[in-house]
Design a protein around this ligand. Sequence first.
Ligand code: HEM
Length: 149
Amino acid sequence: MALSDIRGREEIVRLVDRFYDKVREDQLLGFIFDDVASVDWDTHLPKMYAFWQTVLFRDGGFRGDPIGKHAKLVPLTMMGREQFDQWLQVFESTVDELFVGENATHIKACASDMANVIHSKINGIPNEKFDPSKLTDGQRAKYAAYRKE
Ligand code: HEM
C-alpha cells in the first residue's frame, strides 16, 4: 500500500506509539526511559501525542518543560551527541516507515532542530544556529507554539 502523509491526531498516535516501541528496544536509549527515568508510559505517551500535535498542527495543547526534563537526566546518564543522533535516526526511520509527504518531511526537520536545541542547552554548548537574535519569524512562531507559558 502506498504511504500517505500525517494528517492529524490518528497518524500522530501511530507514529509516537511505533517510535517508542522501537526506542524501548534500542540498546543506547531504551534503559534511559525504563531504568534511569522510570517513565510512566500511560502518562508519557499522551503527553507526546499532545507535543507533536502542537508542533505540527498547533492544536495539541502541550504544556511542559522539555529542556528541564532532559537536563535532569544529564547527571544520571549519557545525554551526548551519540544519544541524540541515535534518537533522531530512530525517529526519522519511523516516520519514513509509515508516512510520506509535506508533514512527514516537516516533522523530521522539527525533530532535528529540537534535538540540536535540547542537546546544546542541557550540555551548556553554545549553538550558533539557535542564537535567539538570529531566529527567523517562521522559527520564532514555531518555537512559540511549544514554549511553556
Ligand atoms: C537522547 C535523546 C533523548 C532521550 C534519552 C530522551 C528521554 C526522555 C525522557 C526519559 C523523558 C521523560 C522525562 C520525565 O518525564 O521526567 C523525556 C521527555 C520528553 N522528551 Fe525526550 N529524550 C530525548 C530526546 C528528545 C528530543 C530530540 C525531543 C524533541 C524533538 C524530545 C521530546 C521530549 C518531550 C516533549 C518530553 C516531555 C517533556 C515534559 O514533560 O515537559 N526528547 N525524554
